[in-house]
Each structure stands twice: as structure tokens, then as C-alpha cells.
Design a protein around this ligand. Structure first.
Ligand code: WQD
Length: 336
């Protein structure tokens, strides 16, 4: 049975990917430093799949710990989620983001190559495109100057990987996520924002649950159909499945170059007001919200051209916005 290391495997996207890996017959070992999640996520994974993945609490900034992890373990591939990911926090604490997101990546790659681990899936983001000049966004769209240290760590991560694949026997797929939302249908795992949610959907569901007073809609003066900003919201389970398709491409040697990039989205854009209306439809609730000023650094619109991922990965998003919002609300209700 092939063994896959999932770093950040107790996080939002990581935990859903661990479930899909186990469902696909892989043995999984998780590294997580528990800085932005809870150990109980392990129980949720086991409740869904009947399998408790190996778990090692480890900080990837600890170079020796990373090297020791690989001793005596045979790892066939790595899916690397572990990183700090709050855009606003990254502006306040850039060094935390550069040390964690870049330092960890370098130590992980060195340890992998020292132990003959040659397949690597990198968690990247559509944020590397900034405000793209053309929509939908293709993988050839230019990478623009990052709006935040968080976004910069994704760009730098991709550049490091390109350099390393040129110099070493390493095969990489960078998946550029659009906006992951929703939760597993069982509501046993989902998004666990610790503190005040930065992202739209957790704020929507916490407002509906009465945890937040009202949702602030950041601006309705964008050049879009209804003035609110447009994003490509992809169900986290569809996103998780894209990782399995990408991993199998590498393990089976079907990759056409040593570093490949794929946009992972639905290909459909939805405005904030459209998301609110969809949530009200699936929940049967009226959501309290107020239009306020734009949030600094936000772009007007982003949605993916997914034709390359569809063709090369044989993957396509199967769930829609209503499915994702329904699952997010079910998860919120279960986690009062
Ligand atoms: C979505 C839309 C907001 C909150 C970021 C990162 C990206 C990824 C996902 C990590 C925007 C609006 C939001 C709120 C609002 N993160 N909004 N009120 O900014 O597109 O992407 O998170 O991997 O890399 O860049 O996602 O969910 O924060 O915002 O009106 O309370 O909802 O203005 O238009 P974003 P988001």
C-alpha cells in the first residue's frame, strides 16, 4: 500500500484530502503543528473512513525534527498543505509567514530528497494572479506582484520548486486553488476558523448561527453585475479529489514536465450578494448583512479556466455552490 505524507493534514483542505486518500486506498501519515487546528480532527477522519491515519505533531520549522521524521519511514509522495494562510495577519507579521511558509518548505524538500522521495504536490493559490487581466484565468496568466506576504510566500514557493526540479530528481504539481468552501457531507470535518473568520463563508454561517451580529459585505462599488466582488467558490471535497488526481499523475509518471501548474476551481464566478442569496435559499434563513467599505487588497473578480486540469488531470468539479453552502451550514449547525 502506497504511503503518502500530508503536511497540514489536520487543516481544512488537508483533512478532506486525507479522507479522499484513504478512500482511494492510500496509507496516510499526517504532520501537523496544531497551530491552527485541533487534534480532534483525527477523530472526524477516522469516523468517516474507519481508518485512523498516523499522526506526528511536528513543527516543520524544526529542521532536525523534519529530517528525523523520514528516518525509517518509506514515503511514496508528499502533499504539502502546512502553511500560515491569513492574508491580513501576514501583513502584520511578515517574518512569521516567510519563516513558516518558506523555511518549512526548504527543510521539507531537503529531507525528502535525502530520502529519495520524488513526488510533491504543492498547495498554491489563485492569489498569485492578483487581479488577472483576462477572465476566466488560465495557467498562462502572468503572476503579478503579490498584494500580501501570504500571497508572496505562494509565489516564492512556486519559484523555489521550479529551481529545485531543474537541479534535482523531483516531480512537482502546484495546484492553484480558487476559493475552497463547504464541508464533508457527514459534517464530521469542516472549516474550523479559530477566532473571527477572515473568509466569507465561515462568517456567513456564524452570522446565521447567531455567533456574529451581522455580515459586513466589503464593498458594492466594484465593476461587477451587482457591484460586489466575484470569486470562484469550489467545494472542498472537489478540491480534495483534485489532489488525488494530481498525485496519481506523478506516481504513474504521466506528468509531462517536472513542474506543472493547474488551476483548481469550478470555472464559475459568484458575487458576494449571489452567495448570500444562495445561502438564504439553501438554509431558509434571512441573513443579516450590511454593505461597508471595500477591504484593502481585495480584487474585483477571479474565476478559473479549468480546461487544462479537466483534460490533463481527468478531474472536474462535480458539486455546485448550493451543495457547498448546504454542507457548510450543516457543519456549522453541528458545531454550535
Ligand atoms: C471572498 C469575498 C471579500 C469576508 C483569500 C485568499 C486566498 C484563500 C482564500 C488561503 C471577497 C468578501 C469576505 C467578509 C466579505 N486563502 N468578504 N465579507 O479574499 O477571495 O481569498 O481566502 O488560501 O488565497 O486570498 O477570500 O473569503 O476572504 O473573500 O464581503 O466578512 O468575500 O471581499 O470579495 P479571498 P475571502
Amino acid at each position: 500500500m502506497r504511503k503518502i505524507l500530508v503536511t497540514g493534514g489536520l487543516g481544512f483542505i488537508g483533512s478532506h484530502t486525507v479522507v479522499e486518500l484513504q478512500n482511494s486506498g492510500y496509507e496516510v501519515v499526517i504532520i501537523d503543528d496544531l497551530s491552527n487546528t485541533r487534534r480532534e480532527v483525527l477523530d472526524g477522519i477516522e469516523a468517516i473512513t474507519g481508518n485512523a491515519p498516523d499522526f506526528v505533531e511536528l513543527d516543520l520549522r524544526d529542521k532536525n525534527a523534519v529530517f528525523n521524521f523520514f528516518q525509517g519511514r518509506h514515503i511514496d509522495g508528499v502533499i504539502h498543505f502546512a502553511a500560515s494562510k491569513a492574508v491580513g495577519e501576514s501583513v502584520e507579521k511578515p517574518l512569521l509567514y516567510y519563516e513558516n511558509n518558506i523555511g518549512s518548505l526548504v527543510y521539507l524538500l531537503k529531507a525528502m530528497l535525502d530520502n529519495d522521495v520524488r513526488s510533491f504536490i504543492f498547495s498554491s493559490s489563485c492569489t498569485v494572479y492578483g487581479q488577472a487581466d483576462e477572465l476566466p484565468i488560465t495557467e498562462n496568466a502572468p503572476v503579478k506582484k503579490a498584494e500580501s506576504p501570504y500571497g508572496n510566500t505562494k509565489q516564492i514557493g512556486e519559484e523555489i520548486l521550479e529551481d529545485v526540479t531543474k537541479a534535482e530528481n523531483l516531480n512537482v504539481i502546484a495546484l492553484r486553488y480558487f476559493n475552497p468552501i463547504g464541508a464533508h457531507e457527514s459534517a464530521l470535518i469542516g472549516e474550523l476558523p479559530l477566532g473571527i473568520p477572515q473568509n466569507l463563508i465561515p462568517f456567513v454561517t456564524q452570522t446565521a448561527a447567531g455567533i456574529r451580529e451581522e455580515l459586513s459585505v466589503f464593498g458594492d462599488d466594484y465593476p461587477t453585475s451587482d457591484g460586489t466582488a466575484v470569486r470562484d467558490y469550489i467545494h472542498v471535497v472537489d478540491l480534495a479529489k483534485a489532489h488525488i488526481s494530481a498525485l496519481e499523475r506523478l506516481l504513474e509518471g504521466r506528468n509531462k514536465s517536472k513542474m506543472e501548474f493547474f488551476n483548481v476551481g469550478t470555472g464559475k464566478g459568484s458575487s458576494v450578494l449571489e452567495v448570500i442569496k444562495a445561502f438564504e435559499r439553501v438554509s431558509g434563513l434571512d441573513l443579516r448583512y450590511r454593505i461597508v467599505d471595500r477591504r484593502a487588497g481585495d480584487i474585483t473578480a477571479a474565476f478559473a479556466d479549468t480546461s487544462i486540469a479537466n483534460r490533463e488531470l481527468g478531474w472536474k468539479a462535480e458539486l455546485n455552490l448550493d451543495d457547498a453552502l448546504r454542507s457548510a451550514w450543516k457543519w456549522q449547525q453541528k458545531n454550535k
